[in-house]
Design a protein around this ligand. Structure first.
Ligand SMILES: [Zn+2]
Length: 598
């Protein structure tokens, strides 16, 4: 069995066989306006397990009036969804619903978040890159159910699987996989198997359901799910080693043909890729800089009626031009459950296609001025109580705020602290001499005041540390030559092979110092590399500690993959906690290990 969505599509196929789809009856007399039926979509993206109202800037949003308001939280989302729902409503999402989540969700492999999204009626979602954080087989468990192979069942008992369908039309098995191919062909059985087989031959064998169909008011609406093709650069490689993430446009066009094959012409792309906007804009404005999201929105087949996006955590409503010159919606709804995108449109009951001129979209801020939904509030409280003994456990103290704010060199105090902790944990066992931490993995700052009630005295709890390091990456160490280490550091900058989209300065342990020149060409930016004050030669070998994401070449730091003698140690969060245990009162490191020259 591939999945429930394939079954649903097979159902659509069966109905087509029964003549219920796209019946070509006698031409209608006269010029009567087409009879249409309404459909409403309510869409979320990049929820990232924020069951509790997110705090700080992650919990604020600029609203339609330009005011900054508090937004997000599962119980508020539930209330807003109820208020926005009518009998024509389908609820969908655009990925990163799980992964990089707060402890309340992460401690239970995000089962609480997936259950919540099912409870509020989400019916289909694109996978995001973060859905692959724990690997493809764990994603399949989240989709289908069963207890975690290592950690067992959660306190709620055996996991029943997601109530919604995860879609990923551009996620393809690298090698032929007979059983998956059989699943795909069987699910479409009764349809044109020869043409389906031809389609799959050109396209590959999908590792996830590419499409799903929902019926509303007697018309089928097809959803195509896509995830950023950059996923292999931003997800730990081991968990997705059997998968290929192909061009989103190519995959969407195949999926669109699949839908058309079963007579589904109202087509919605849910894509986990998006663009940047001007800071502070209204969530309903379109200032999106044309980028990876816009490319997809403008280039996918004109049969697709709208593109709901994600990944860049921005809110926007744009109208773009499809390849045949038609206008279509391209939207995104921020992140962390702060915005719901409402899309209303009419479907022509004869052609079963979306009347493009009828599409009206509105980004609705999930304000906290409404009454939180009592059932969901209770659900969140249950999980909060379950995780409290773990979350509230003090692990150490800080003498002042330790922030992830980048200094002029790109280092941050917290990034340096994490690297120091990694080095300490990887010295014995891994024989590490230095450590490097990816800046994107430092997800929050540590506040002296803390977040738990009764704090304010520099106490750091496990929950706070987890908010900083939520990925459960493994700490590893590899041997690099001095020349390879220098290449890693050059790969921080744009302009090289497999270039960074923007400069990403790896956070160094305190004993690693060097200089980089902003003006020097790529390949000769880094100089004066020293470990413990001693200059590094090209031929010497160095044991470098980093998380398994970087060691696997993540964030385009491909030179890490040349490392030898791999050692795997503890989870990164455990290494961080151990560093607090060994250093009970930590003064924030000064982020001055890197010197910048013009
Ligand atoms: Zn993402």
């Amino acid at each position: 069995m591939m999945s429930r969505s394939f079954q649903r599509l097979a159902l659509a196929g069966a109905l087509a066989g029964a003549g219920l789809l796209l019946a070509t009856g006698p031409a209608e007399a006269g010029n009567k306006p087409p009879k249409t039926v309404p459909v409403r979509l309510l869409a979320l993206n990049d929820f990232h397990g924020n069951l509790e109202p997110p705090t700080g800037s992650s919990g604020r949003m600029v609203d339609e009036n330009g005011a900054t308001v508090e937004a997000g939280g599962a119980a508020y989302i539930a209330t807003h969804l109820k208020q926005l729902s009518d009998k024509n409503t389908l609820k969908v999402a655009q990925g990163d619903l799980i992964g990089a989540t707060p402890l309340i969700s992460a401690a239970y492999h995000d089962e609480p978040s997936v259950e919540f999204l099912g409870k509020v009626g989400v019916t289909a979602s694109a996978v995001g890159n973060h859905e692959f954080d724990e690997g493809y087989s764990e994603l399949r468990r989240i989709m289908r159910g069963g207890c975690h192979p290592v950690d067992g069942c959660s306190p709620a008992g055996e996991w029943k699987g997601a109530d919604y369908t995860y879609l990923g039309a551009n996620v393809i098995f690298k090698r032929p996989n007979a059983s998956a191919e059989k699943d795909a062909l069987t699910a479409f059985g009764g349809q044109d198997t020869a043409s389906l087989r031809a389609l799959l031959k050109d396209y590959g064998i999908p590792a996830l359901p590419p499409v799903t169909v929902r019926w509303m008011n007697g018309v089928p609406v097809g959803f195509i799910g896509l995830v950023t093709q950059s996923t292999p650069n931003i997800v730990t490689s081991e968990g997705i080693k059997d998968l290929e993430f192909i061009d989103e446009v190519k995959a969407a066009n195949v999926a669109s043909r699949l839908l058309k094959l079963v007579g589904v012409k109202a087509q919605v792309v849910l894509v986990h890729e998006g663009d940047q906007v001007t800071a502070g804009q209204s969530p309903d404005a379109c200032s999106a800089q044309p980028g990876a999201g816009n490319r997809i929105a403008t280039q996918v087949d004109a049969e697709v009626d709208m593109i709901l996006s994600g990944h860049s955590h921005q809110a926007y409503l744009c109208t773009v031009t499809d390849p045949q010159g038609g206008k279509r919606l391209y939207s995104q709804g921020g992140s962390f459950g702060r915005v719901i995108t409402k899309v209303d449109f009419q479907v022509d009951v004869r052609t079963r296609d979306v009347v493009r001129s009828s599409v009206v979209a509105d980004n609705q801020v999930v304000t906290r001025t409404v009454t939180p939904d009592p059932e969901i509030a209770e659900f969140v409280k249950t999980w909060k109580d379950r995780v409290a003994p773990v979350a509230n456990k003090p692990i150490g103290r800080i003498t002042a705020d330790v922030t992830n704010t980048a200094s002029a060199s790109g280092e941050s105090s917290l990034g340096n602290l994490i690297a120091d902790g990694q080095l300490a944990a990887a010295r014995t066992g891994g024989n590490a001499q230095i450590a490097l931490m990816n800046p994107g993995g430092v997800r929050a700052s540590l506040a002296y005041a803390g977040s738990a009630a009764g704090e304010g005295d520099g106490v750091v709890t496990y929950g706070e540390a987890f908010t900083v390091q939520p990925f459960n990456n493994l700490l590893q160490a590899v041997t690099l030559t001095g020349a390879q280490l220098k290449t890693v550091l050059e790969q921080q900058f744009t302009g090289g092979p497999n270039a960074q989209p923007f400069t990403k300065i790896l956070q160094p342990s305190s004993n690693l110092t060097y200089t980089y020149s902003t003006g020097a060409p790529w390949g000769s930016k880094v100089s004066n590399l020293k470990i413990d004050g001693v200059g590094v030669t090209d031929s010497q070998t160095i044991r470098v500690a980093a998380n398994n994401f970087l060691v696997g070449g993540g964030d385009a730091f491909l030179a890490f993959k040349d490392g030898a003698d791999l050692w795997s140690g503890p989870l990164d969060i455990d290494a961080f906690a151990a560093y607090f245990a060994a250093n009970p009162s930590i003064t924030p490191p000064v982020p001055d290990h890197i010197t910048v020259t013009p």
